[in-house]
Design a protein around this ligand. Structure first.
Ligand SMILES: [Zn+2]
Length: 190
C-alpha cells in the first residue's frame, strides 16, 4: 500500500499520513497502513486495489491490471495488456499543478534575477536589453504569484488554479524553449 501511494504521487509523512486525494484535505488525514488505507477526514478506506480504482476513477478490475503493469507483478499473463488510461482525480491534478507551478515560478524568478545583473546597461546611454526590461517589469508580478502559491490559503490557491492555469503553461513552455536555446549555445561553444 505505501509503495503504491508513493508511486501515484502521495507524500507520506513520518507518521504514515498523507494528504487525502479523495477530499479537499488541508491536514494530512489519510493514514497509509501496510495493507490498507483509512481517511480520518472523509472515511475513505480500502485495500490497494480500492485505492488505485478510486484514485484513477477506474474499475477494480482495471485497477488490479494497472497495479500488475505498474509494479511488474507478472499476474494474469493471458489477459490482453490493454493500457489503462490514466485519469487522475481532480484533487491529484490540482496538487500536481501546485507543485509544478511552484517549481516553474521559482526557476523563472531566479532567471529574472540573473538577467537583472547580467543584462544591466553598462553605461547610462546604452539601450536596455529586452531581458533586462523583462526582469524589471515582471519581477513584482511573478514574485507575488509565487508567494501566493507557496504561502496562500487553500482557497486562494484553488482560485489561482482556475485563473492562472494558462499563464503558467505559457511560462512553462517559454522556460523550456529558453533552456533548449541555452543548451544549443553551449553545444556550439564547445
Ligand atoms: Zn479523505
Amino acid at each position: 500500500m505505501p509503495d503504491a501511494a508513493r508511486f501515484y504521487g502521495l507524500e507520506i509523512n513520518r507518521a504514515g499520513f498523507a494528504a487525502c486525494p479523495f477530499h479537499p484535505d488541508k491536514t494530512s488525514s489519510l493514514k497509509i497502513y501496510e495493507d490498507h488505507y483509512y481517511c480520518f477526514g472523509c472515511g475513505a478506506h480500502g485495500d490497494v486495489t480500492d485505492f488505485t480504482a478510486r484514485l484513477f476513477s477506474i474499475s477494480q478490475y482495471d485497477a488490479a491490471r494497472k497495479l500488475n503493469a505498474d509494479f511488474g507483478l507478472g499476474l494474469a499473463k493471458q489477459a490482453p495488456s490493454v493500457p489503462v488510461k490514466q485519469t487522475v482525480s481532480p484533487e491529484v491534478a490540482y496538487r500536481n499543478w501546485l507543485h509544478s507551478a511552484e517549481r516553474i515560478l521559482n526557476d523563472y524568478l531566479n532567471m529574472l534575477c540573473r538577467w537583472q545583473r547580467y543584462y544591466a546597461p553598462k553605461t547610462p546611454g546604452e539601450e536596455q536589453h529586452p531581458y533586462f526590461v523583462e526582469s524589471l517589469t515582471k519581477m513584482e508580478q511573478y514574485r507575488y504569484l509565487y508567494e501566493q502559491i507557496r504561502f496562500g490559503t487553500d482557497a486562494e490557491k484553488r482560485r489561482l488554479y482556475l485563473t492562472e492555469h494558462e499563464t503558467l503553461s505559457k511560462l512553462a513552455e517559454r522556460m523550456k524553449q529558453l533552456t533548449a536555446a541555452k543548451s544549443t549555445v553551449k553545444r556550439k561553444a564547445i
